[in-house]
Design a protein around this ligand. Structure first.
Ligand SMILES: Nc1ncnc2c1ncn2[C@@H]1O[C@H](COP(=O)(O)OP(=O)(O)O)[C@@H](O)[C@H]1O
Ligand SMILES: O=c1ccn([C@@H]2O[C@H](COP(=O)(O)O)[C@@H](O)[C@H]2O)c(=O)[nH]1
Length: 270
């Protein structure tokens, strides 16, 4: 039986949200894992503004490029897998606002133009659980230390390359030669130098990504336990409703069917 619960909003201050970091190589299934966790917590059909569990992507924090860098990016020659490609100042500022329970605006990134969409921002509303996913979310100590739970999605490199080629061609407007050139010269070396070494910081490693429903089920249960404990603590203000138990239907969830209707993490238009 599904055991969602709700309580009237109170005037007491909201608790600091539970912050989960999800790292892993490109196309390892990070956003799919996050989406599946959100679905299993019964949050998928909930309006963005009402969600108790939200997900944001590090992709929203790619820094703006100079005209020369932009030209390189068009040729697949800019290193988007290097830590310098991100705006860490904005990441920290945003995560600090999130942990303070405040709403904030973040950029919306467009992979086709390799740039933020001008004049467009996504609003993040306060939530009880915030998931932040990206290739280098564990790279800096300052960001890493903000997470209450750290997950690393560990998917075989050949599988990731195959998915990346398909995704970049169909969703990100790239051609095969440039995708392969970028992958071999920049993405793979940077994965080995900057992303893979951060696996040691993870609390839980998820082999095979989103197809690992056992790992995802355990993580969901852990989040539910945390939310339940928080809801029982004095002074708790509950924002929305969340499933504390999986319904029999969810237990039998056919992952592949559910993914077809899933939205990516907030502000990840491809
Ligand atoms: N378990 C899976 N089986 C098949 N395809 C998958 C699986 N997980 C992810 N994908 C596909 O692989 C691509 C990359 O997945 P995504 O979750 O976006 O990875 P990441 O966020 O790590 O880049 C997407 O097209 C997604 O639909
Ligand atoms: O303009 C851009 C920005 C990023 N990339 C590539 O994206 C991946 C990170 O996103 P995932 O969803 O985790 O795969 C990174 O490997 C960059 O190389 C890009 O190609 N163009």
């Amino acid at each position: 039986m599904s055991n969602s619960f709700s309580r009237k909003h109170s005037s007491s201050p909201a608790k600091k949200p539970f912050l989960i970091g999800v790292a892993g190589g490109t196309a390892s299934g990070k956003s799919t894992v996050c989406q599946t966790i959100i679905e299993r917590l019964g949050q998928f059909d909930v309006d963005q503004q009402q969600r108790q569990v939200i997900c944001i992507s590090q992709d929203s924090f790619y820094r703006e490029l100079t005209p020369a860098e932009s030209e390189k990016a068009k040729l697949g020659q800019f290193n988007f897998d290097h830590p310098d490609a991100f705006d860490y100042h904005l990441i920290l500022k945003t995560l600090k606002r999130i942990t303070a329970g405040e709403s904030c605006e973040i950029p919306v990134y467009d992979f086709k133009s390799n740039a933020r969409i001008e004049g467009k921002q996504a609003t993040l509303y306060p939530a009880d659980v915030v998931v932040f996913e990206g290739i280098l979310v564990f790279y800096t100590q300052e960001v890493r230390e903000l997470f209450d739970m750290k997950l690393f999605v560990d998917t075989d490199a050949d599988t990731r390359l195959a998915r990346r080629v398909l995704r970049d061609i169909t969703e990100r407007g790239r051609d095969l030669n440039k995708v392969l050139h970028q992958y071999t010269t920049l993405v793979k070396p940077a994965f080995e130098e900057f992303c893979l070494p951060t696996k040691k910081f993870a609390d839980v490693i998820i082999p095979r990504g989103a197809e690992n429903l056992v790992a995802i089920g355990l993580i969901v249960q852990h989040i539910q336990d945390i939310l339940r404990a928080r809801s029982e603590a004095p002074g708790f203000e509950r924002r929305r409703t969340v499933n504390f138990q999986l319904s029999p239907e969810e237990e039998d969830l056919d992952f592949s069917q559910h993914r077809q209707n899933s939205e990516p993490c907030l502000s990840r238009p491809h």
